[in-house]
Design a protein around this ligand. Structure first.
Ligand code: NDP
Length: 477
């Protein structure tokens, strides 16, 4: 069994214990044993990052471009192999996983360019003879805590901008899927990141994550994960004076109006709700359908779901892979049971036997639901979507916004009037017309509002808001 070490100050160091990374498509397949760091190693990684910051923060844009560009090239060249590892440890299908690995490579290429593009402003002073310069500088040491559902893309979209703007990084990936982040960090090290600039400490959030959040030597925390963990991290960051950015859950609405193209709507909803096994914070989990198209839409979605092949993520014909682990499978089934008890009608949602011993669940479509049911208020994070029948567009919009979340929202319509109104009035960070609520570009801002996100947006050039601090200089010349 191959063992994988933590990466601290340019060295690969074993922690005191190891954790087995198990394939959710086949629990008899162990991907590897990954070192669990302890609090002392985490402190060492933070000190290494602090030391490296002195020179990395003053490195030239060309040096940072070169490291990021080489890393991007290596990721893209190895995307099939990295995608295979990702599919094996997380359970998304091979094409989805290869797509995610490719996206990580593109993110590094994009932020290589951003390192060169970081500019400032010269502003005329209100005082005679004075000039004002507004520039951006790196923050320092960034602690990163990432979830299991995008094991390479999320670490990539946090690490690449952090390094591009001259910060140093200590990353703790999700304990369930450390393999992709381990490969990513190795690639960045081999691309020429000096010792201490990037550090990897694997292990539990309650140990390593807490140590990062509580350390006075960490300047900022970038977190993606659940709402409860995110909120507790934010409170601690305020206490210790850290900048913080949280990306959390969603209960994303997809509105389908009477005038929608039925085929487009079914594809957008099935993709948005069930692909990647529904384990996306942007998943279309509430399908809000006007009454004129409701019955036709529901029948068409059911027919489409019957055609989907569920099974081993690595098998070439699989369209829906396994749920990530036993705990998440139990959560998905609990929510299906709750929906049934509350009066919903459940289609699908049963366990599926496959050729391998994995956590396979048939997509569940729950009809006859109302907006107040728990299935329409709480995030499930699995292949489970509910349908809410509404009278008209106005009722659909009100229902879409009736949630504590605000990440992504979609509408399927052929009406320019409704599409335009929805774009303006959906209370979310990302809005989609005639396409799934999930699936975003890598060069534009990602994030939400209300309970879904806190702090500056991620990705695209907006990432600089989080990873830099602004300095205003006055020159009396
Ligand atoms: P968790 O919040 O449990 O975990 C996220 C990360 O936080 C993991 O690395 C975890 O470590 C760590 N963590 C757990 N407890 C602490 C703590 N006390 N202090 C510091 N770190 C801690 O979420 P999941 O990984 O289970 O991911 C699923 C959730 O994430 C869903 O609710 C989903 O909506 C959300 N999500 C949001 C996204 C977005 O962009 N908006 C994207 C992806 C997911 P450990 O390894 O021990 O679990």
């Amino acid at each position: 069994m191959t063992r994988y070490a933590n990466y601290i100050d340019g060295e690969w160091l074993d922690g005191p214990t190891f954790s087995r990374n198990v394939n959710p498509s086949d629990v008899d397949d162990v991907v590897g044993e990954y070192s669990q760091a302890d609090v002392q190693q985490t402190a060492r990684a933070i000190q290494a990052a602090r030391k490296a910051f002195a020179s990395w923060s003053l490195s030239t844009p060309q040096q940072r471009f070169d490291v990021l560009d080489r890393a991007g090239t290596a990721i893209l060249a190895r995307k099939e192999e990295l995608g295979r590892l990702l599919a094996r440890e997380e359970g998304k299908t091979l094409p989805e996983a290869i797509g995610e690995a490719g996206r990580a490579g593109q993110i590094f290429k994009f932020f290589a360019g951003e390192a060169l593009r970081l500019g400032g402003e010269i502003v005329q002073s209100v005082r005679p003879g004075m000039t004002v310069e507004v520039t951006r500088e790196p923050l320092g040491v960034i602690g990163m805590i990432t979830p299991w559902n995008f094991p390479i893309a999320i670490p990539a979209w946090k690490i690449a901008p952090a390094l591009a703007y001259g910060n140093c990084v200590v990353i703790k990936p999700a304990d369930l899927v450390p393999g992709s982040a381990w490969e990513l960090v190795k690639i960045i090290a081999e691309a020429g990141a000096p010792a201490g600039v990037i550090n990897l400490v694997m292990g539990r959030g309650s140990v390593i994550g807490e140590a990062l959040v509580n350390s006075p030597d960490v300047d900022a925390i970038s977190f993606t994960g659940s709402v409860s963990t995110g909120r507790s991290i934010a409170a601690k960051c305020v206490e210790t004076g850290k900048k913080v950015q949280l990306e959390m859950g969603g209960k994303n609405p997809m509105v389908v109006l009477d005038d929608a193209d039925l085929d487009v709507a079914v594809e957008a909803c099935v993709n948005g709700a069930f692909f990647s096994t529904g384990q996306r914070c942007t998943a279309s989990s509430r399908l809000i359908v006007t009454e004129g198209i409701h019955d036709r839409f529901v029948e068409a979605v059911k027919a489409r779901l019957k055609t989907l092949k569920i099974g081993d993520a690595l098998a070439p014909d699989t369209q829906i892979g396994p749920v990530v682990d036993e705990r998440q499978l139990a959560q998905d089934e609990r929510y299906i049971a709750i929906a049934r008890e509350e009066g919903g009608t459940v289609f699908g949602g049963e366990r599926v036997a496959a050729s391998t011993n994995g956590f396979f669940l048939a997509p569940a479509l729950i009809t006859d639901t109302t907006p107040t049911m728990r299935i329409n208020r709480e995030e499930v994070f699995g292949p489970v979507a509910s349908v809410i029948k509404v009278k008209d567009y106005e009722a659909a919009l009100a229902t879409a916004n009736d949630t504590e979340f605000g990440l992504s929202a979609g509408i399927c319509t052929t009406s320019l009037k409704y599409a335009t109104h929805f774009k303006r009035h959906a209370q979310v960070g990302m809005v989609m017309v005639n396409t799934a609520t999930a699936g975003v570009d890598y060069h534009v801002p990602f994030g939400g509002r209300k309970g879904s996100s806190y702090g500056a947006r991620e990705q695209g050039s907006y990432a600089r808001e989080f990873y830099t601090t602004v300095k205003t200089a006055y020159v009396n010349a």
